[in-house]
Design a protein around this ligand. Structure first.
Ligand code: HEM
Length: 477
């Protein structure tokens, strides 16, 4: 008996000692000001309310004012103790300390649903995976080669879903475009029924991403998990078929992302496994299609609200068309010339950043702005609140693309794609996608917004509540 009791007693004593020691140690730590809110829920509901009201920056602004600490405050979100680092100083600190003081962190459902992929790896393994993916998606490879493919897909989409229509619901239609485009460029999928099948699985998958990870029948997370398994199964079939086609010389290594990843190794001859490829394609479909959908939708809204800006964009795009042969596709050089148009897109993303912010985890106790952020705490940075701060942008709510002329905004005040080693991997992809779409839409149509001042709600990305219905007016040439 004593042989059993002694170790148990010892464990209890050690546990109590560590607990008391930790509490004593923590009580001496100068934590940032703020509140952990309700047990378990923390301040998550206040954050969600700000999102639903279409003002995600409100959560941070209210707490900065309340706690009188403009650089950092503590809170509790998604069941985690969290420090929120505010403004350009916080962004600079986090982007500059990846893998040193902090590392990327995603809420549990995200890491569970994606499996081993870029966003669930850290350190050298993440660096390696990023390098492998960037060899296709980076500015040198992707942007210079794929402008014309983007243009082909965009033209076909506009012919099918916009031409001949009097009215269009922008959000749903653009979502279809972004998904089709990603399926085409990542895997050369073109068969509409195949894309539709993947698309509906994908919609179920997306609904589980911000849910509690309870894997029981009836929960959204359970359905998302099942959908993720079905998508992975489908991707594995596509991957195996492609490997055979490559072996038989029926397709080239530059055909799309999939062929590229199957045939490219690093300098040590290491390849991504088929499972890694499937998980990363799932990730890219997720990271890429809603962000671009939201940006294009809000771009169309802003151009409908600002006819003077629309006219200037149209002028720039017509100059590009006029310099080309009839039917000639867009090239990389043409995209480079769309300067004013990109400034307009940038202003849209300033006012409604498609990704409102992201998380990190403290790898050590961090000293910041006179406070300590304990090791293991999660940290949040916010594009939404940085972009909507009057001290970073004068007349902050005014739509004004000229802010991006010349040297543009001060470093770390404009961060729609994040920064540092974890900066968005799809920046070039989305620039090309958005500008190819913009070129084709303004050179074909003008439009009226059917619901003036349609409310934008964040769920979790900015979405017009009625899907942005518009009336189309084709240009007569
Ligand atoms: C307007 C469009 C887009 C915006 C605003 C956007 C924004 C962002 C932001 C802010 C991050 C950084 C998150 C962090 O700091 O942890 C990020 C990461 C990422 N984005 Fe994008 N994104 C866009 C489009 C895309 C597209 C089209 C793709 C894929 C083709 C993509 C793939 C990724 C990936 C894989 C990451 C994770 C990078 C890593 O952890 O190393 N994004 N994106």
């Amino acid at each position: 008996m004593i042989q059993i009791l002694l170790p148990v007693l010892l464990i209890i004593v050690v546990y109590l000692f560590l607990n008391i020691h930790q509490k004593y140690h923590k009580s001496k730590i100068n934590l940032p000001p703020g509140s952990f809110g309700w047990p378990l829920l923390g301040e998550t509901l206040a954050l969600l309310r700000a999102y639903w009201d279409g003002v995600p920056e409100r959560f941070i602004q209210e707490r900065v004012d309340k706690h009188g600490s403009p650089l950092v405050f503590k809170t509790s979100l998604l069941g985690e103790h969290m420090a929120v680092l505010c403004g350009p100083a916080g962004n600079k600190f986090l982007f500059g300390n990846e893998n040193k003081l902090v590392a990327v962190w995603w809420p549990l459902p995200v890491s569970k649903l994606f499996g081993r992929s870029l966003i669930t790896t850290r350190g050298d393994e993440a660096k390696w995976m990023r390098k492998m993916l960037l060899s296709y998606l980076g500015p040198d490879a992707f942007a210079t080669h794929y402008a014309s493919t983007m243009d082909v897909v965009t033209r076909r989409h506009i012919d099918l879903h916009w031409r001949g229509k009097k009215e269009v619901k922008v959000f749903q239609t653009v979502k279809l475009y972004a998904f089709e485009l990603a399926c085409r460029l990542f895997m050369s999928l073109e068969e509409p029924s195949h894309i539709e099948k993947l698309g509906s699985l994908f919609n179920i998958f997306m609904k589980g991403i911000l849910e509690l990870p309870i894997n029981l029948p009836g929960t959204r997370f359970y359905s998302a998990n099942k959908a993720a398994a079905a998508i992975r199964k489908e991707l594995m079939i596509i991957i195996k078929e492609r490997r055979v086609e490559l072996k038989e010389g029926k397709t080239s290594s530059s055909q799309d992302l999939l062929s590229h990843l199957l045939t490219s190794s690093d300098e040590n001859g290491r390849y991504l496994t088929e499972k890694d490829i499937a998980n990363n394609i799932l990730l890219l479909l997720f990271a890429g299609h809603d962000t671009s959908t939201v940006t294009i939708t809000l771009l169309i809204k802003s151009l409908g609200e600002h006819p003077d800006v629309y006219e200037k964009v149209l002028k720039e795009q017509l100059e590009i068309s006029k310099a080309k042969e009839v039917g000639e596709l867009l090239k990389w050089d043409d995209i480079q010339r769309m300067r004013y148009s990109w400034n307009v897109v940038s202003e849209v993303m300033r006012l409604n950043p498609p990704t409102t912010g992201a998380f990190r985890e403290a790898l050590v106790d961090i000293e910041y702005a006179g406070y300590t952020i304990p090791k293991g705490w999660k940290i949040y940075w916010s594009a939404a609140s940085t972009h909507k701060d009057e001290s970073n942008f004068e007349d902050v709510t005014r739509f004004d693309p000229s802010r991006f002329e010349g040297a543009g905004p001060t470093p770390f005040t404009y961060v729609p794609f994040g920064g540092g080693p974890r900066m968005c991997l799809g920046k070039e992809f989305s620039r090309l996608e958005i500008l190819a779409f913009l070129h084709n839409i303004v050179t074909n149509f003008k439009w009226d917004l059917l619901i003036p001042d349609e409310k934008i709600e964040y769920d979790p990305m900015a979405t017009p509540v009625k899907g942005l219905p518009i009336r189309l007016h084709p240009h007569h040439v």
